[in-house]
Design a protein around this ligand. Sequence first.
Ligand code: GRF
Length: 207
Amino acid sequence: MLRVLVLVSGGGTNLQAIIDATASGKITNTQLVGVLSNNKTVKSLERAKNAGIPAVSVSPKDYADRAAFNDALLEKVDSFAPDLIVLAGFLVAIPEAMVHKYSNRIINIHPSLIPSFCGVGYYGLKVHEQALKRGVKVTGATVHFVTEGMDEGPIIAQKAVKVEDDDTPEILQKRVMEQAEWILLPQAVDDIANSRIRVENGHVKRS
Ligand code: GRF
């Protein structure tokens, strides 16, 4: 059983997609061992508790500086002994020490077709605002492994989503979630749990 720890910052609809897919058997060989949030008051923690998954928070506000927070975060993550860490809308930069320790064992969902609309400053609604501003006709979502550079790790899967003429950032965000994110992320967890993918020379291959 793959021990999966999900890191969240907000509403947790991607977390919910993973919980539901695990419950329905779409994701197999997986145990959701914990949910960790950097924010004490988010809906995600409630979703975890409702599903009987241990939920904890580690907030930067409780630490003197970033280094102390990063140490506490890694310590908390380690305490779950995860095989896979899923960043499901986690808005904190992953400390370098964690990226190295969990190399090829951290995945992230990003709401665009990387390398478009990604990197520093592209998170949440901002991604969709920029896509609309540029006038792209197709956007989507990407699941990728996490490396040191933001949104730069090996791509596991991508799914395209159409942009409609009257879209607002909110409408587009919802469509990208429904048509891409909530499908791709559970699929990636299942692929990893069942050893269907591997990283070779910085690229993801399927077996
Ligand atoms: C998603 O759009 C995800 O791609 C991005 O942050 C959002 C999180 O939404 N990284 P939720 O908390 O899963 O509802």
